[in-house]
Write a protein that binds this ligand. Structure first.
Ligand code: GLA
Length: 721
């Protein structure tokens, strides 16, 4: 619900309230964001005091208590006397820098706004508030867009900067979101890591100054994620005030939180200002990516539930509904395969219940290693005689769908494409930075995108292909586009991501039944922007079940289980050398879009039987696993005796509990696992082992079996009587 009254704008969701107010000088002040508060102008919480060295804008005259240096603002400028994090930074034709925004008008419209060429939550039944601010000296208007997804407790934001003047201005920074808090005692949680260990939570109190999580790698990165949480120092899974902010964007981003001199906090989130400079001609508009905010007064679990539900219902565009159990040949064959080897893998997988066969890297061009072939999207007929036209029907005859791997954004120097178009890469003259022996194609260019898309479209049209794994295996460095003039090189990173989105949207439009899985050396581009186009993303190249407990735990704070690609792979694990039982590998991989990445013709009949049971179990409970409310029952980073999680159906009549024990220890303690989210008054049948009240299972817990050996696992199914 959006309420507007004399410059006061109040956005209500079911459980939260967001408010801002245009003050007497037209400055849009942020008055509140938190649990729902009704019938109140919350600007009474803002105090005006004379602070030393805090500048006063001209119109405030001698009123030294009015300074932008201290007031909580809705969308911060710069050069105004506010020295905290800017949201908008403009460079005017005369060389001056700054942005001083004042309230101009507003409008409320039915239906949540959409953003052309950019990912966004959907909301035909919701409302949009647009608050128009202007910087008179710059001749620039700024539209702050707010989408209110009431039932999900989600507020989305985006910003449109419009040049109403007669000369070009440069946008040096335009954040998607600014959020001021009139308190400094907050923790920041960021989700960080590296290739093969992504999205590990890091939590700490904000100290004076700025703490940020960001990427300048061209993609959202393995190292940091465009999702952060701010919370009470005491907040936990089930208590405390917490705020989540995520960016629907897959390129360079910056999430920055500043604790100021007067114990206030400002969070900004948006495109990273490094190497960003957008020239905005007269009459032109620039739209930032969308950001989303969510708040919970009762800890992280409700925050996660709200985000998961909203992602599932309003962001993902899922052509299949139920995701297939897949088998991928990458870890078992890498580049050395031919049609017979692939069919052998598929033949051994089909009777176990696998529904989708994915042919990974190596099927095209001269791709016998990672040194050659990228860019040449034609089938390698030495490996696959008769092409896909011959292979795909053989896979389909086994009762499986067929999918394949592509890496459209990249090129090897050893490729037909590069030999024909060496100028198609993003590479500054005189500089050459390779990574995995590959270069990046200039996706800012329409002609380059058209060429690659044409080749992919021909492949996808040549046989019955149901799935594509869209990979990207390097970061961008020494970036420069031959297609843009020097003064526009600061647009390249953003235009590149817009180009990626354009390609994905074309593919979705031309092949509406195609399931696209995102990937970037595992989880290097696992973000809400990508999920709009690819409803599942390969979570990590690390398939070690015990490392995956941590990766998937961190990922779960924002991203739903049905978005996380997770596979059982062979042991000893290719990344860690660790060996974990087939049972435990299955339990962990079921915590995602389930699949296998091994050659089942090379395992024992007993192991094949375990897989058959795993797949049957998963299929039976898929709706609960993928759509249920997700509870983290323990934190795997605490090195406790076990890691456990649970899914509960929305009506609370069913639940699944998964447990993986830690390394073996002599004389292990006997543990009772306290469950969550059940209905206290229901009686639940626990895996045929008796029935117990929900209250008992949540308060007294469920006795776990005594572990014997490292990393054992158990799963329990609960159903209400
Ligand atoms: C990346 C992906 C892997 C695999 C290889 C193929 O590393 O994350 O899953 O597809 O590329 O080269």
């Amino acid at each position: 619900m959006i309420l507007c009254h004399k410059g006061l704008f109040t956005l209500h969701t079911n459980h939260t309230t967001y408010q801002m107010k245009a003050d007497a000088h037209g400055v849009l002040l942020h008055t509140y964001y938190g649990p729902r508060v009704e019938g109140c102008d919350l600007s009474y919480t803002i105090r005006y005091v004379d602070r030393g060295f805090s500048p006063v804008p001209e119109e405030a005259g001698e009123d030294r208590t009015f300074s932008l240096d201290v007031l909580p603002q809705e969308y911060s400028g710069c050069g105004t006397g506010d020295f905290r994090l800017p949201s908008l930074d403009l460079e005017l034709p005369n060389g001056s820098r700054g942005a001083d925004l004042r309230f101009k008008s507003f409008r409320v419209e039915r239906g949540k706004y959409a953003l052309e060429g950019l990912p966004a939550f959907r909301g035909e039944e919701d409302e949009t508030l647009t608050v128009v601010l202007e910087d008179a000296a710059a001749g620039v208007e700024v539209e702050l867009l707010y989408g209110v997804l009431e039932d999900y407790d989600l507020i989305t934001r985006a910003v449109r900067v419009i040049n109403r003047g007669t000369s070009a201005v440069k946008i040096r920074q335009a954040a998607s979101l600014c959020l001021d808090f009139q308190r400094g005692n907050l923790d920041l949680i960021t989700f960080d890591g590296k290739h093969v260990l992504e999205r590990c939570p890091n939590r700490g109190p904000l100290l004076p100054g700025v703490r940020s999580a960001d990427s300048v790698r061209g993609g959202s990165s393995h190292q940091h994620n465009p999702f952060v949480i701010l919370c009470d120092h005491s907040a936990g899974e089930d208590h405390g005030l917490c705020f989540a902010a995520c960016l629907l964007y897959s390129g360079n981003f910056q999430a920055a939180a500043e604790r100021s001199q007067f114990e206030t906090v400002r969070l900004t989130l948006g495109i990273h200002p490094w190497n960003f400079c957008w020239t905005l001609g007269p009459g032109e508009a620039f739209t930032t990516p969308e950001a989303a905010l969510c708040c919970s007064g009762q800890g992280f679990t409700p925050l996660t539930h709200r985000l998961h539900r909203c992602f599932r219902e309003r962001l993902l565009r899922d052509p299949w509904g139920e995701r297939p159990v897949l088998i991928n040949n990458w870890e078992s064959t890498e580049f050395s395969f031919d049609a017979e080897r692939l069919v052998a893998i598929a033949k051994s997988a089909a009777p176990m219940g696998v529904g989708l066969f994915v042919m990974d890297d190596g099927w095209f061009g001269a791709r016998d290693s990672d040194r050659a072939g990228l860019g040449d999207w034609t089938v390698n007929r030495d490996k696959l005689p008769g092409g896909l036209e011959a292979l795909v029907p053989r896979i389909k005859a086994l009762g499986m769908d067929f999918g394949l791997w592509v890496e459209p954004e990249m090129v090897n120097e050893d490729s037909e494409l590069y030999r024909a178009h060496p100028d198609w890469v993003l590479q500054a003259p005189g500089r050459m930075v390779r990574s995995r022996q590959q270069l990046v194609l200039d996706f800012t260019r329409r002609d380059v995108r058209d060429h690659i898309y044409g080749a992919l479209k021909a492949v996808l049209s040549s046989a019955e292909i149901s799935y594509v794994k869209w990979d990207v295996n390097r970061s961008l460095a020494a970036v420069w586009s031959a297609a843009l003039p020097p003064e526009r090189q600061g647009e390249v990173f953003h235009r590149y991501i817009l180009g990626v989105y354009d390609m994905l949207e074309r593919m979705r439009r031309d092949f509406p039944h195609l399931l696209i899985e995102g990937c970037s050396g595992g989880g290097g581009r696992f973000d809400a922007g990508m999920l709009y186009y690819t409803p599942q993303i390969w979570c990590s190249d690390n398939t070690d079940a015990i490392d995956r407990l941590r990766i998937q735990y961190g990922t779960s704070f924002c991203y739903p289980v049905c978005t996380m690609g997770a596979h059982v792979s062979a042991i000893p694990n290719a990344q860690t050398g660790r060996s974990v039982s087939m049972e435990t590998r299955g339990v962990v991989a079921m915590h995602g879009t389930f699949g296998y990445e091994m050659d089942p013709s090379r395992i024992t009949p007993e192991e094949r039987e375990v897989i058959r049971r795993q797949i049957a179990f998963f299929k039976k409970h898929q709706a609960l696993i993928h759509q249920g409310d997700y509870y983290r029952l323990s934190d795997p980073f605490q090195n406790g005796p076990y890691t456990a999680w649970e899914q509960v159906s929305p009506d609370k009549r069913e639940a699944l509990v998964f447990v993986v024990s830690g390394p073996a220890q002599g004389g292990p303690p006997l543990l009772n696992l306290r469950l969550k989210g059940l209905e206290p008054s229901f009686r639940y049948q626990v895996d045929g082992q008796g029935d117990y009240p929900g209250a008992a299972l949540m308060e007294a817990g469920w006795p776990l079996p005594m572990p014997w050996g490292d990393f054992q696992s158990w799963q329990f199914y609960l159903s209400a009587l």
